[in-house]
Ligand binder design. Structure first.
Ligand code: SF4
Ligand code: SF4
Length: 474
């Protein structure tokens, strides 16, 4: 095993900071954070069912589609998987486990990301089909469905199977936390070698171990880590650290060379991010009308289904396997196409995150202050208790930047994401062909694909976008 600290790779440990460290180690920190978000989820359900049907006036739509999404991507960028750490959907877990007393392990055939990937594409498709961003009522139902699914699965299966294998939101967070600057790590590998109980994973009588079945001394990645810090509290030797590291470290190191599910997830998440952003711009409406005419149907479910099947699944996979085939030919090697897809798909993670970030930042900065009058409306109109005063909609306009500055920021984000992806692609090509001078020929088709995706994203962010969920957009 490699002693990361003694090698000086990861030096900065947040757990050793005086105040931050004490808060992070506090036994009840996760539960406290979960109760805060649980209260917010309750507000979403109450206002979604009984509040204003207008998206911009309702806490359900504003908090779920403006704040949650914006804060999640920002959290991933500057720290790590903060939402999973405070996830309210698994707060009723103890009750579910007590009621169900689960003994079943999650089926072996499903211990991968295929189900979660399907759920992720499905949830983005549902978002467009039911206009979730505009419907407090559907948003409340989605929140309830999430609680119910987590509860039922927790009651049947041991460990945190819902988080690891099913949850689409967690899957998004797991994927993009690979770019985050913080990671759990062992302080001393020697201490771990001498450790007999392995409490960080097995738990102790007073503290459960890692329910995601991650073993601290072998951790090389943020993938599947919910940042719950159970391992920190369970280790009897105080040997777990929360370290600062180079963002995207595991992606550069090609940590999963044999995981086709993760490779597809990396690839498709980037393209789904683009479609999700394009869906807010005028060209998508023309496309939907044309598709409906071609298919001779008025069914939006069918039209959107075809668009998602082609643009979110068929096109990226077709493009990736074409790039792999071309790379093989140009570099004159005989790697399997799947091997090449698994080598280069992770390069789409930084660009994918840039697309999601540029998109969600737009909503967040244009709608951030809408949450104030939305909560005022919840208390004054829905609950009949004007605790926060009468709704003042002028507050929604505070701190909203100009369209030009938002677009420049989005393009900068896209440029940075593209550069990191290109660098990652070249590293992957060189790593796989260390003695070949023409190694870049294998990477060339992938670079073209990255540039096309980046250009499509940049073009999308220069188009007028719907200000969904914001009082400015209505
Ligand atoms: S319990 Fe602590 S010392 Fe033991 S293996 Fe886990 S991190 Fe290492
Ligand atoms: S490694 Fe630690 S922080 Fe990460 S999921 Fe497991 S117990 Fe939680």
């Amino acid at each position: 095993m490699i002693d990361l600290q003694s090698q000086g790779r990861y030096r900065l440990d947040l757990l050793s900071f005086p105040i931050v460290g004490a808060i992070l180690r506090w036994k009840h920190n996760r539960t406290a954070a979960q109760f805060v978000l649980f209260g917010l989820a309750a507000a979403i359900i109450v206002d979604g069912f009984w509040g204003s049907p207008l998206a911009a006036k309702n806490v359900a739509t504003v908090s779920a589609w403006v704040h949650y999404r914006g804060l999640v991507v920002l959290g991933l960028l500057v720290a790590g998987n903060l939402f999973c750490a405070a996830c309210p959907f698994v707060l009723p877990r103890k009750l579910a486990k007590w009621l169900g007393r689960p003994t079943q392990r999650w089926p072996r055939a499903l211990r991968n990301k295929w189900l979660a990937l399907a759920g992720f594409v499905g949830i983005i498709y549902t978002y467009e089909l039911f206009d979730l961003w505009a419907s407090p009522w559907w948003t409340a139902w989605l929140t309830l469905a999430y609680f119910a699914t987590a509860f039922v699965l927790e009651a049947f299966f041991t460990r945190n199977s819902f988080c690891k294998y099913v949850c689409p939101l967690g899957t998004f967070n797991f994927l993009y936390s690979t770019v985050s600057p913080l990671q759990i790590s062992a302080r001393s590998q020697q201490t771990c070698r001498d450790c007999k109980g392995h409490e960080c994973i097995n738990g102790s009588p007073s503290q459960q171990g890692c329910q995601l079945e991650l073993f601290v001394p072998t951790l090389k990645s943020n993938l599947d880590c919910t940042f719950c810090l159970d391992c920190v509290k369970a280790c009897p030797y105080d040997n777990v650290a929360l370290v600062a590291r180079p963002p995207g470290d595991e992606l550069f190191r090609q940590t999963w060379p044999h995981r086709l599910d993760l490779a597809y997830l990396s690839l498709l998440a980037a393209f789904v991010g683009l479609i999700n952003a394009v869906a807010m711009t005028p060209p998508i409406y023309d496309l939907e009308r044309q598709m409906a005419a071609w298919l001779g149907t008025r069914s939006e479910a069918l039209v959107l289904g075809v668009i998602y099947l082609v643009a979110a699944i068929g096109l990226p996979l077709g493009a990736a396997y074409s790039a792999a085939w071309l790379g093989n030919r140009w570099n004159q090697n005989k790697d399997s196409l799947n091997r090449l897809v698994m080598r280069y798909a992770y390069s789409f993670v930084p660009l994918g995150l840039a697309i999601w970030l540029a998109h969600y930042l737009f909503h967040f900065v244009t709608g951030a202050m809408t949450i104030v009058p939305a909560f005022q409306t919840l208390f004054a109109d829905t609950l009949g208790i004007p605790l926060l005063g009468e709704p003042d909609w002028s507050i929604a306009l505070w701190f909203v930047p100009s369209t030009g500055s938002i677009q420049i920021t989005q393009l900068v984000v896209m440029a940075v994401g593209t550069l990191v992806s290109v660098h990652m692609t070249m590293r992957a090509a060189h790593g796989a062909n260390p003695r070949r001078r023409g190694f870049w020929l294998e990477a060339l088709p992938w670079l073209v694909l990255l540039f096309l995706l980046a250009a499509a994203g940049a073009n999308t962010f220069t188009l007028p976008m719907e200000m969904r969920g914001s009082a400015i957009g209505g």
